[in-house]
Write a protein that binds this ligand. Structure first.
Ligand code: COA
Length: 262
């Protein structure tokens, strides 16, 4: 069975589900590429009016697959995450997402490109980039401070502490908290309501509300990606990522002094 499942129905809603529940829906490079392809195709397909996105199992998405990251570190020309960032920034049709359980790293930052984010009561968001020796991605270094302000962004990124569904709503990072049992039905109902609206106006409306953020998002993505590729090969990241796989706490105290972006 594929790690990402899609289902198209007559109602104009394309359902996209992460299907790697045994790994908390952590994303391999191939999954990022596949999702980029799905969105690019959906963009061209008049039968798709809305995308409904969710994760199968207990979690929405545990972010980058850490083993895959170490085996196939992103580099220029081989950066599937970057392909997905481009696809999300360009995507004009509404995306409705249902988030339960863990939404870690890109599992949170990808949500900043969605239009309706329903958070199940079990949802736990986390952007642990600094803790992992990495930097924010998916344009979140622009979009998150733009939504929550610098001080809250510093808490979320620099401390990298988890936050609840309720806190995500307060911060403007989720639309509404929904009991887990109603989560997919709530998201589906919104997707279907959207799909029944006049498609031209819907697309144009989304394009217009995104318009002012496209240039700064692209600039943020370019800067983030450059840093990310350096950071992912750093001794700090290697220690943090290996520690996760070896199920031990990381130890940064013995590492040589690390380069810092100017
Ligand atoms: N990459 C690779 N494997 C991952 C993963 C990831 N991002 N997240 C979870 N997994 C794997 C675990 O290694 C474990 O595999 P195993 O059963 O072979 O040991 C399995 O998924 C279940 O995860 P586990 O940690 O046992 O579940 P949990 O409920 O205790 O915790 C998380 C869930 C998501 C909080 C925790 O797995 C986690 O912190 N993952 C890392 C997330 C992360 O840092 N992502 C950002 C990367 S840039």
């Amino acid at each position: 069975m594929s790690d990402i499942i899609t289902e198209s129905t007559d109602d104009g809603v394309l359902r996209v589900a992460f299907n790697r529940p045994e790994k908390k829906n952590a994303m391999t490079g191939d999954m990022y590429s596949r999702l980029a392809d799905i969105l690019n195709e959906a963009s061209e397909n008049d039968g798709v009016r809305v995308v409904l996105w969710h994760g199968i199992g207990q979690s929405f998405c545990a972010g980058n697959d850490i083993g895959d990251f170490l085996d196939r570190p992103p580099k220029p020309g081989d950066f599937p995450q970057g392909r997905l960032m481009e696809a999300l920034i360009a995507f004009d049709k509404p995306i409705v997402v249902a988030v339960q359980g863990a939404a870690v790293g890109s599992g949170t930052t990808m949500l900043t490109h969605c239009d309706f984010v329903y958070a199940g009561e079990s949802a736990k968001f986390l952007m642990p980039f600094v803790n992992l020796g990495l930097v924010p991605e998916f344009g979140s270094s622009f979009s998150i401070p733009a939504r929550v302000g610098h001080l809250r962004a510093a808490e979320l990124f620099l401390l990298g502490e988890p936050f609840t569904a309720q806190r995500a709503v307060e911060l403007g990072l989720a639309t509404r908290v929904v009991p887990d049992g109603d989560l997919l039905a709530t998201a589906t109902a919104t997707a279907q309501r959207l799909a029944a609206k006049p498609g031209g106006a819907l697309l144009t409306g989304k394009r217009l509300i995104k318009q002012a953020s496209i240039d700064p998002l692209n600039e943020a993505v370019t800067a983030e990606n450059q840093e990310f590729m350096v950071r992912v090969g750093s001794a700090e990241a290697k220690e943090a990522l290996s520690a996760f796989l070896e199920k031990r706490p990381p130890d940064f105290t013995k590492l040589p002094k690390q380069p810092v972006a100017k």
